[in-house]
Design a binder for this molecule. Structure first.
Ligand code: F6P
Length: 368
């Protein structure tokens, strides 16, 4: 049966390049395949609202979109239809609204979806396909770059550029004041951003989730620099890094009645900064870069990659090639079965190029 209409949505945290994916999907679907594209706002939430917030997207809606950060469709990480937050007796409780959603998608005349999201969103889309017969094609999204099936996720190098710019700026003030500066970067389960930006920004120490760190090793690196009359140091930490004898730093525990979402990490830079100030007897300051890394204009590589993902996803949908995730296997954009795509956390390769490069220029990774 020929595909006539597809739905598109963005789910989970935003990421530079989401708009370029949407634009790629719309252009290719309309121009090449004569397929209509229906966007739903804030992931699936647009379907549940009255009136519904779903809209046909045409080429005109995509004007200027390739360069814009964020997502024109909005996004949320609190809209899992299988665990949907609803109010009951003044409390927020979870309800399974997936069957209702599947009916609404069918009523819209949609033959299948293009789901742009991380492992959480793509896992939900897969359940909708398996349990309610709504097929989809997945486009992986995360600035953390921790999806194993693809060489790069779009948005990653934009985040690295933002983090590198920040480290460059911190360098001059650290040097002027003879201080330690600790910068906290995103990266829950993988330290790709901290590692790449730390190398590019000339950090002295980089702490990542893959290498539990010994604070004594970090302090002695800084003290060795001091002996060489370098009175300042730059330390880049991924939010998900942890000490050898401790846990990751959790910023806030989730309120008991919160449905969806994930534990918020944060606070590591402050901990590391305080400990280093004590141990090195130096002044130390910390900065948490946070969502600056997710906001703003995507760099050229991410715009191009995101566009290619969008075009490939539209082609898959048109061919009825459902249950696939698009990914980059340089230089090609290919597809892999969704299970392979979702179950493939990629952490930093401890014997790979980037670790070798970091150690090669004398960066301390907290383990030696
Ligand atoms: O997964 C991407 C990510 O950027 C993580 O590195 C970070 O922990 C999380 O999103 C933050 O999400 P939120 O926007 O919910 O604070």
């Amino acid at each position: 049966m020929a595909v006539k209409r597809i739905g598109v949505f963005t789910g989970g945290g935003d990421c530079p390049g989401l708009n370029a994916v949407i634009r790629g999907v719309v252009h290719r679907s309309v121009r090449e395949h004569g397929i209509e594209v229906i966007g739903s706002y804030d992931s699936f939430n647009g379907y549940f609202e009255t009136p519904q917030r779903v809209k046909r997207l045409d080429i005109d809606d995509c004007k200027g979109l390739v360069a814009k950060g964020g997502t024109m469709l909005g996004t949320t990480n609190r809209g899992d239809p299988f665990d949907y937050p609803v109010e009951k007796d003044g409390k927020i409780v979870a309800k399974d609204r997936s069957a209702e959603l599947a009916e609404m998608i069918r009523a819209e005349g949609i033959d299948g979806l293009v789901a742009i999201g991380g492992d959480g969103t793509l896992g939900i889309a897969k359940r909708l396909m398996d349990e309610h017969g709504i097929p989809f094609v997945g486009v992986p999204k995360t600035i953390d770059n921790d999806v194993g099936a693809t060489d790069y996720t779009f948005g990653f190098w934009t985040a690295v550029q933002t983090a590198t710019d920040a480290i460059d700026r911190l360098h001059t003030t650290a040097e002027s004041h003879d201080r330690i500066m600790v910068v906290e970067l995103m990266g829950r389960d993988a330290g790709h951003i901290a590692l790449a930006a730390g190398i590019a920004g000339g950090a002295d120490c980089i702490l990542i989730p893959e290498i539990p760190f010994d604070i004594e090793k970090v302090a002695s690196k800084i003290l060795r620099r001091q002996k060489k009359r370098r009175q300042f140091s730059l330390v880049a930490v991924a939010e998900g890094a942890r000490p050898v004898d401790g846990q990751v730093s959790v910023l806030t525990q989730r309120p008991e009645d919160e449905v969806g979402g994930q534990v918020r990490l944060g606070g590591l830079a402050q901990r590391v900064s305080d400990l280093l100030a004590q141990k090195c007897k130096m002044e130390s300051r910390y900065v948490v870069l946070g969502h600056l890394q997710r906001g703003g204009t995507p760099i050229a590589f991410d715009r191009a990659l995101a566009t290619a993902y969008g075009v490939k996803a539209a082609d898959c949908a048109a061919a009825g090639n459902w249950g696939q995730m698009v990914c980059l296997r340089t230089p090609d954009i290919v597809t892999v079965p969704i299970d392979e795509g979702i179950d493939s956390l990629r952490q930093v390769n401890l014997t790979g190029t980037w670790i070798e490069a970091a150690r090669g220029v004398g960066i301390c990774l907290g383990d030696q």
